[in-house]
Write a protein that binds this ligand. Structure first.
Ligand code: IPE
Ligand code: IPE
Ligand code: MG
Length: 250
């Protein structure tokens, strides 16, 4: 699609460096069409492809997609199996293309309950793409933020045990070096599709000063225009980080 002359996002420098997305509404998209939920998830994969492509074109440097939550294991076994199958197929079909386009894949989340073949495939995808620099694609899979924070605390305790008497003073900066997201800047913009206005255990630490955008669009309908709209709304926000920003103080 041709780049439109949108003054809000005229140059890549104006684009938020890190966009995180809670991809929600696949089930409702399918239901509205009288289709089984798995068809919604299948259409959701197409929206992932469109969004990654658009993010690269727009110059986004980090894109984080919530693809399966720690809590999603509570869905019917058949739906969980459909989602695992889609992930397997996505990696096997799209990995070469993602690599060709300079996508660096990173995975956020725990390993518990994840089938061994998926862990192996994910590990290979991460390794293959580790030197790519066009965009970092963080796939939050089997991810829950409270679980991530507990994992970080666990890693930290092990590191501190080994440090003995030389245990360093705890600071937010030190703590976050144990998180799955270490090295990636916090999201500038979070988009949640499908009209739900909640965080659902996503990136609780990292979203401290993120701008939140909730859109009615169901995830399988999401595309480049929605991404551009979200970026345009982002540019109308004033981020103040607890200060006074551009407001006059007189
Ligand atoms: C998002 O769509 C995909 C996952 C959570 C895996 P949903 O499956 O949650 O769709 P709705 O919310 O039921 O419409
Ligand atoms: C959040 O969506 C998880 C993902 C998008 C992967 P859910 O559909 O699971 O969230 P809730 O249950 O509506 O909070
Ligand atoms: Mg949902």
């Amino acid at each position: 699609m041709a780049m439109t002359a949108d003054p809000d996002i005229a140059t890549p420098q104006d684009v938020p460096a890190h966009i995180a997305i809670i991809m929600d509404g696949n089930g409702r998209w399918a239901q509205a069409r009288g289709l089984p939920r798995r068809e919604g998830h299948r259409a959701g994969v197409e929206a992932v492809r469109r969004t990654v492509r658009a993010a690269i074109e727009l110059g986004v440097k980090h894109l984080t997609l919530f693809s399966f939550s720690s809590e999603n294991w509570s869905r019917p076994v058949s739906e969980v199996a459909d989602l695992m199958g889609l992930l397997r197929r996505f990696i096997s079909r799209d990995l070469a293309d993602l690599h060709k386009h300079g996508v660096r894949i990173r995975v956020l989340g725990g390993e518990d309950n994840v089938p061994g073949d998926i862990l192996k495939t994910i590990g290979e995808a991460v390794k293959l793409t580790q030197a790519n620099t066009a965009i970092e694609l963080n796939v939050a899979f089997n991810y829950g933020a409270r679980q991530e924070i507990a994992r970080a605390a666990e890693r930290m305790l092990v590191a501190f045990e080994n440090a003995g008497e030389r245990r360093p003073t705890m600071t937010p900066g030190l703590f976050e070096s144990f998180l799955d997201t270490f090295g990636t800047p916090d999201p500038d913009l979070l988009i949640r599709t499908s009209g739900e206005q909640r965080i659902s255990n996503f990136l609780l630490w990292q979203l401290a000063y993120t701008e939140l955008i909730f859109t009615q669009t169901l995830w399988p309908d999401f595309g480049e225009d929605d991404l551009r709209d979200a970026i345009a709304s982002f540019h109308r926000r004033e981020r103040r980080y607890g200060g006074l920003g551009a407001r006059t103080t007189a």
